[in-house]
Design a binder for this molecule. Structure first.
Ligand SMILES: [Zn+2]
Length: 325
């Protein structure tokens, strides 16, 4: 099965151009951090050591563990934080990143990104469905009774249905903006003191009332994004009604864009309806494996969600059906 390339029509191109202008008018990109494999990059100081989250130094906490500034589950092996203490590291792993991992698992598996062990594959628990990528083509094996996928030969789309393991949406949101705070230039951290406190609070219900909505984009096809990229965009004009800090995280087939809550800087827009636009990406202009799909996800729920179902649709150019007797 070969996916069909995506190229936007002229009216969509005009919208993209207008959005680029809006972003440039309202925000300055202040940071672009790339990580993944390769030689190690360090954030923070080794001497003296101080945790950027709880504020404790070596007198009051320990720094024995290797803390990844961006979770390893997103593909980061080399961006290491000297300024994350062991206690905060444990807390983030158990209370935040575990939920992010469960939330992203179906996307990571179904993105068909080649992993450590070579050919990636996905199969359902009952063994009735299996998908592989072989020589750049998707190969699907399925029993007639299986309903975890459907194919529309007229529209030339393949839709996969999945069920997530139980997870907490608000913990997913926290783990996303924690990544933004992990790479944040130190001189800007005072603008996030209240959310730093919220980040370390066990009770998810005691959060600030800022927006927990994120743009989540899925880019079909193998390896659309190499490594992990984290960008920060700071509001240009302090009087404009847009959130103070925007963060974009791109890894594998998924891009998240959201504002990092800053009660200190966003007091005047608190409770107001504000406009945020999705930052265009190069895959919006042309992508050989089909159209990137963006949706707005509300991650405000502090409860554990069970049986969260989702689906991914990919378009294709050509399919060959093989029936085994
Ligand atoms: Zn700490």
């Amino acid at each position: 099965m070969n996916p069909s390339p995506y190229q936007p029509p002229n009216d969509v191109l005009e919208v993209i151009e207008a959005t680029v202008t809006w972003i440039q008018d309202n925000y300055s990109q202040i940071l672009s951090k790339e990580c993944g494999r390769g030689s190690k990059i360090f954030i923070g100081s080794k001497n003296p050591r101080k945790c950027r989250y709880c504020g404790k130094d070596e007198q009051d906490t320990s720094f024995r563990k290797v803390a990844h500034a961006v979770p390893e589950l997103l593909g980061n092996r080399n961006l290491i934080a000297y300024d994350e203490c062991d206690r905060c590291n444990d807390y983030f792993a158990v209370n935040l990143e575990d939920h992010l991992g469960k939330y992203l698992l179906p996307l990571r598996v179904m993105s068909l990104t080649p992993g450590k062990k070579g050919h990636p594959s996905y199969k359902t628990e009952d063994g009735n469905f299996r998908i592989d990528i072989i020589d750049g083509e998707f190969k699907i094996e399925s029993h007639d009774s299986d309903n975890s996928w459907e194919i529309d030969e007229e529209l030339k789309t393949l839709t996969l249905h999945f069920t997530r393991q139980p997870f907490c949406p608000l913990a997913v949101f926290k783990s996303l903006f924690k990544i933004g705070l992990a790479v944040m230039p130190k001189d800007l951290l005072p603008n996030f003191q209240r959310v730093l406190g919220w980040l370390l609070m066990q009770d998810e219900r005691n959060g600030p009332p800022e927006s927990t909505k994120v743009f989540q984009t899925f880019i079909p096809g193998p390896r659309p994004i190499e490594g992990v990229q984290v960008n920060l965009y700071e509001r240009k004009n302090q009087t404009s009604n847009v959130p103070y800090m925007m963060c974009l995280i791109a890894a594998s087939n998924t891009i998240f864009q959201f504002s990092i809550p800053s009660p200190e800087k966003d007091a005047k827009i608190s409770g107001k309806q504000v406009t945020i636009k999705k930052i265009p990406i190069k895959h919006d202009l042309y992508w050989p494996f089909g159209k990137p799909l963006t949706r707005i996800v509300d991650l405000s729920n502090a409860d554990i969600i069970s049986c969260d179902r989702g689906s991914i649709t990919m378009s294709f150019e050509e399919a060959t059906r093989v029936v085994y007797g």
